[in-house]
Design a protein. Structure first.
Length: 364
């Protein structure tokens, strides 16, 4: 008897695929389909050595002139980060290049480093506005707090002022691989932007790994653990990402097939306490699965590593890739200072239309 194809299986749901509705064989088949659809995502560090022109993007003189003109308008009218709108900062030359840049995130390697070479000429507030303006062309900017960090979050060593153990981005410690989960919203950020205002004296390299590479490694080396990555886990939300009317955790699988795409949600530092808060501490086999995952995430051959310099903007697909950061030393000049932006895609799926969003989220 001929095996039924996945797309015609009664258990097939293009919106969400988890181990609760798929067999091991179906997971393997669906993984193979996603590899064929997004072959560029199945990269190793060796594959990237010859793709510098795809990884890096330098602003043209025309875009730089448009930025300078827009900043002059900002200064002349006293606009601030929380008062500026997209109509105040128009970059038509960049807009013409944006479809290709989005393509690199959606269909290509999953990330791009944009070199602006403007950090030294701008105040920190102007730098934040520029980062917001460029990222706004990628997608709609998301809030990162209920009543603060509405347009960005400053990733820097905040020392003892940081009392949240889940906010490694607010310290100089090494940040293990994770996704930004945007716990305030029903949808995580599609894109993540990291705009370097000031680099550290030592350390602080950014790292990226593909979900396709992660899943392929698990299937090859520990297929017995596969189902545990598609189970639902409780994530402890950062303190500033908790609605007072809701509990302190959100629930997600680590890996899932959604809309025909392999997606990843992970932060070990959030899962372990989250499961304990929910009264469901990790079992021995779950700990084994997460330990193996953590080991895979640290393999140099599966990672892209780069040190962002002032004026560099790293934009990446936050749904299909994880990122991390090496430990850094604060240094004599104040240490590493990056501006983080979260974005929802407007050009794929329901975008930001409230009607389409509700239909997609509540009628699926």
């Amino acid at each position: 008897m001929q095996k039924e194809s996945l797309s015609s299986s009664p258990d097939f749901d293009a919106n969400s695929m988890t181990a609760t509705c798929l067999s091991h064989e179906e997971l393997v088949e669906f993984h193979n389909q996603t590899k064929e659809k997004w072959p560029e995502r199945c990269w190793s560090d060796k594959d990237l050595t010859a793709k510098s022109e795809i990884i890096h993007f330098h602003l043209s003189p025309q875009v730089r002139d448009e930025i300078i003109g827009s900043l002059e308008f900002v200064r002349a009218n006293g606009l601030k980060l929380n008062t500026i709108t997209q109509e105040d900062f128009r970059l038509p030359t960049l807009a013409r290049e944006m479809p290709e840049l989005r393509q690199r995130l959606d269909q290509g390697l999953g990330f791009v480093v944009i070199h602006t070479d403007l950090a030294e000429t701008l105040s920190e507030q102007e730098f934040e506005i520029l980062g917001w303006a460029i990222c706004n062309y990628f997608g709609q900017i998301m809030r990162q707090g209920i009543d603060h960090d509405l347009r960005l979050f400053t990733v820097a060593d905040k020392g003892t002022a940081n009392s949240d153990p889940t906010r490694i981005g607010a310290s100089a410690k090494r940040s293990a691989k994770h996704s930004d989960n945007g716990c305030l919203e029903p949808r995580p950020p599609c894109y993540l932007g990291l705009f370097c205002y000031q680099s550290s004296d030592q350390g602080g390299e950014s790292t990226i790994i593909s979900a396709q590479s992660i899943l392929g490694t698990i299937m090859n080396e520990r297929p017995d653990l596969l189902s545990h990555y598609f189970q639902t886990y409780h994530f402890r939300a950062p303190q500033s990402h908790v609605w007072p009317s809701k509990g302190p955790t959100i629930q997600k699988p680590i890996l899932e097939f959604k809309n025909g795409e392999l997606m990843v949600h992970y932060a070990r530092i959030m899962i372990t306490p989250g499961m304990e808060m929910a009264g469901e501490p990790l079992s021995a086999v779950q700990i084994e699965a997460l330990d193996f995952l953590d080991e895979v995430l640290e393999r140099p051959d599966l990672n892209f590593k780069t040190l962002l310099r002032p004026g560099d903007l790293l934009v990446m697909n936050n749904l299909a890739f994880l990122h991390g950061r090496e430990e850094f030393s604060p240094g004599s000049t104040g240490g590493r200072n990056l501006k983080r932006y979260w974005m929802w895609r407007r050009h794929i799926g329901p975008g930001t239309d409230p009607v389409l969003l509700d239909l997609a989220e509540f009628d699926s």
